[in-house]
Design a protein around this ligand. Structure first.
Ligand code: ATP
Ligand code: MN
Length: 163
């Protein structure tokens, strides 16, 4: 019934919390679990690859183009960095015996999430009410707000501020 479930993650605690529900649902429905991270901020290495700012991902235009078309860069270090936000959820899912697909895209998170569900025929999204961005307690983060408006499939939103 729900063959493919998507858990989009920005590496936040909120997404981790949502993942527990995604695992339960994937087990229940014997679904494939897609874990997607969208890189939304990157620095083009215009001047030099040597100047590294901590916390920022340096991506060449070629790498960005690759990510947009669903491919991973060849460079092992960059690849590892890009996979990191999905790693914990993917590992936990696999430990539970769930079939996991790990993906990374580049662009606007809400747009990439919507493109992804259409491309891979995803049946359900499980995500956090908030992520890394907002410090204030708005009802919903902007990614979840937009995904709820645009997705034609069920979206399960896990409240970050309640247990
Ligand atoms: P805002 O981004 O509006 O400042 P926020 O970061 O607190 O606020 P959202 O971005 O809406 O809130 O995050 C809510 C959920 O959306 C996260 O728990 C996660 O499931 C998903 N999400 C957010 N950003 C990304 C991303 N870059 N890649 C994949 N999933 C994301
Ligand atoms: Mn955000």
């Amino acid at each position: 019934m729900y063959d493919r479930i998507l858990i989009p993650t920005d590496g936040s605690m909120a997404a981790d919390k949502a993942s527990l529900h995604a695992f339960n649902l994937a087990e229940k429905f014997d679904s494939e679990l897609h874990v997607l991270y969208v890189v939304s901020r990157w620095i083009p290495p215009v001047f030099s690859n040597d100047v590294k700012i901590p916390g920022e991902v340096h991506l060449s235009q070629r790498t960005v183009e690759k990510l947009k078309s669903g491919e991973m860069p060849d460079d092992v270090e960059t690849k590892e960095k890009l996979m990191r936000p999905t790693e914990k959820i993917a590992d936990e899912g696999r430990e539970r015996g769930i079939k996991v697909v790990q993906s990374v895209r580049a662009g606007k998170p809400n747009k990439e999430i919507i493109d992804y569900i259409r491309k891979y025929d995803v049946d359900m999204i499980v995500m956090g009410s908030h992520g890394k961005g907002s410090l204030d307690h708005m009802i919903l983060g902007s990614t979840t707000d937009k995904v709820l408006k645009l997705a034609e499939i069920p979206v399960v939103v896990i409240d970050t501020y309640q247990s």
